[in-house]
Design a protein around this ligand. Structure first.
Ligand SMILES: Nc1nc2c(ncn2[C@@H]2O[C@H](COP(=O)(O)OP(=O)(O)OP(=O)(O)O)[C@@H](O)[C@H]2O)c(=O)[nH]1
Ligand SMILES: [Mg+2]
Length: 513
């Protein structure tokens, strides 16, 4: 597996586009290395990530101009990514307040308050130095009202929080809290109050590594900034009684701030659009090179990164016991048992009630999922809410409007079986594995092999070719050679290859029987 990774590392198109590449540990064996080396040798501009030969093709540049442009771009990018902290620094002892909606349309389906609380607590524990010191589940019939709870419940809750000096902040487990609600609850409880959106956004901010992920998080923040802005400016106006208009401009302070925010949003979108262009090119290059792509997806913390690491032995795949450890789509190379090289794409994990603007801003990243040849859905089978997690993943995938064929051929992997003694699955086609202990991986690879072959129209053929002709090297270049038996007297060789239907048609055209 390492050899392919070594070759992947050398291909500049991968590293330039933010795909993490591991260090090689040993010299590569012949075939896949040659395949990828050919890919990085410059045919079709693989070493040229934007496919244009140069960032500024088409215009002459004076000495130093490129560097100046780059510096300007960096400054602008820094400006776009500059943001106020979402959460206070340092230790926080949190009171987790969960509004339990028992009736009506707001009542959550398929889950229980107990598990929603467990998931909220896991989000808090993901934050450095944060812990949950109290958990309160408060029934409510009015989750959409300004103060979320009925008067009596709110009074009891307020008393409890005020009587607990160890509490330094409250995590109110609602998707979004309007600014006036936040202010009023903070005034009543005398501590800061955070919603799910802010907590998840903060985790995303901390875990975003690449430029694209950072910009996506910045975009997801815009609605929060917008609602805070309105509230803060109105309060400021009221407090200082200042003129609402900026001298001579005819624009109020609020309008100026709103305009600036709009401009920021446009710039982020533009920057993302540019990166997206590169992503499309990368995809085209991958298709041209015919690397089958397997997108690995699933609920957050289900073990996607661990499984990729187990399949590829790639140390760049870094699993962590954390929600949303992976935010950037990364590619990791390996071989299938048929010796076909494959790229595993590690993706962002899913979560129930993930704030909508976050899903939207990450939709470009998730597009990679749609352009895979095969999907692999990794489930944490030891999790008590495994079924609900599966339902969340499937409904998010439906929202991505993936090709039906891709969804139908999705492989379901039941991970963490080491935590469920005697586990066996009744689900047809599902494979039980333990990424941690390496159980079931050979069966999984065999199944992936068959699925990739089917999905990419590849098949195994044994072809007879003359030893003196160019056929053998052509097959080495364009297909996966599994075996060569030389028939010296006949001056020929029997070559067993895995070949796509497109490549086979080309072969026949070039070398008719
Ligand atoms: N016991 C056990 N733990 C596992 C197994 N696979 C993964 N884990 C643990 O589960 C946790 C999450 O693993 P990751 O691979 O980071 O999960 P992920 O799905 O990539 O998570 P996100 O990137 O946050 O969405 C880590 O602590 C892993 O060590 C397994 O087969 N058995
Ligand atoms: Mg991960």
């Amino acid at each position: 597996m390492w050899a392919l990774r070594a070759a992947v590392r050398r291909a500049p198109w991968l590293s330039t586009l933010g795909l993490r590449c591991p260090a090689p540990r040993a010299p590569p064996p012949p075939h896949p290395a040659r395949l990828l080396a050919a890919a990085s040798a410059g045919h079709g501009g693989l070493g040229d990530p934007d496919g244009l030969g140069s960032r500024h093709r088409g215009r002459a540049s004076r000495p130093g101009e490129d560097e100046e442009d780059e510096e300007d771009e960096e400054d602008e990018e820094e400006e776009l990514l500059r943001s106020e902290p979402l959460l206070p620094a340092g230790t926080q002892r949190v009171c987790l307040v969960h509004p339990d909606v028992k009736w009506g349309p707001g009542k959550p389906q398929l889950t229980t308050a107990e598990w929603q609380v467990a998931e909220a607590a896991a989000l808090v524990h993901t934050l450095d130095g944060w812990s949950v010191v109290q958990t309160v589940v408060v029934p409510t019939k009015t989750p959409h009202k300004k103060l979320i709870f009925g008067r009596g419940s709110l009074e009891r809750l307020t008393e409890r929080i005020r009587a607990s000096p160890e509490i330094t902040s409250v995590f109110l487990n609602v998707e979004r809290m309007a600014s006036p609600t936040k202010k009023e609850l903070e005034a009543a409880w005398a501590v800061e109050v955070f919603d799910r959106f802010t907590i998840v956004l903060h985790i995303f901010r901390c875990n975003a590594r690449t430029k694209e992920a950072k910009l996506q998080v910045a975009l997801a923040e815009i609605p929060l900034l917008r609602s805070n802005l309105k509230h803060n400016v109105t309060r400021l106006d009221r407090k200082v009684g200042a003129s609402r208009y900026i001298m001579g401009s005819g624009e109020s302070f609020l309008q100026v701030q709103q305009r600036l925010l709009k401009e920021k949003e446009m710039k982020i979108r533009r920057a993302l659009e540019q990166l997206r262009g590169k992503r499309v090119l990368l995809r085209k290059q991958r298709t041209r090179r015919e690397f089958p792509v397997v997108s690995v997806l699933g609920y957050t913390n289900s073990g996607k990164t661990s499984l990729i690491r187990a399949l590829t032995e790639d140390p760049a795949a870094q699993p962590r016991d954390q929600l949303f450890a992976t935010l950037d789509v990364t590619a990791h190379g390996a071989w299938l048992p048929s010796r076909v090289p494959v790229l595993y794409m590690d993706t962002v994990g899913f979560l129930s009630q993930l704030p909508h603007s976050l899903i939207q801003s990450f939709s470009a990243t998730l597009e990679d999922v749609a352009h895979a040849d095969v999907l692999m859905h990794v489930r944490d089978i030891s999790h008590p809410e495994s079924e609900q997690q599966k339902a969340t993943v499937l409904s998010t995938l439906r929202g991505l409007r993936l090709p039906a064929q891709l969804l139908d051929s999705m492989l379901e992997v039941h991970n963490k079986v080491d935590l469920v003694p005697g586990y066996s699955t009744a689900e047809p086609g599902a494979l039980a594995v333990s990424a941690r202990l390496g159980l079931g991986l050979r069966e999984l690879e065999a199944s992936l092999d068959a699925t990739v072959m089917e999905a990419t129209g590849r098949r195994v053929l044994t072809l007879r070719v003359p030893l003196a002709g160019p056929q053998l090297s052509w097959l080495h270049r364009e297909a996966t050679v599994q075996d060569v038996t030389v028939q010296q007297e006949a001056g020929a060789a029997l070559v067993t290859v895995v070949i796509s239907s497109v490549a086979y048609a080309k072969f026949r055209k070039l070398f008719p029987e």
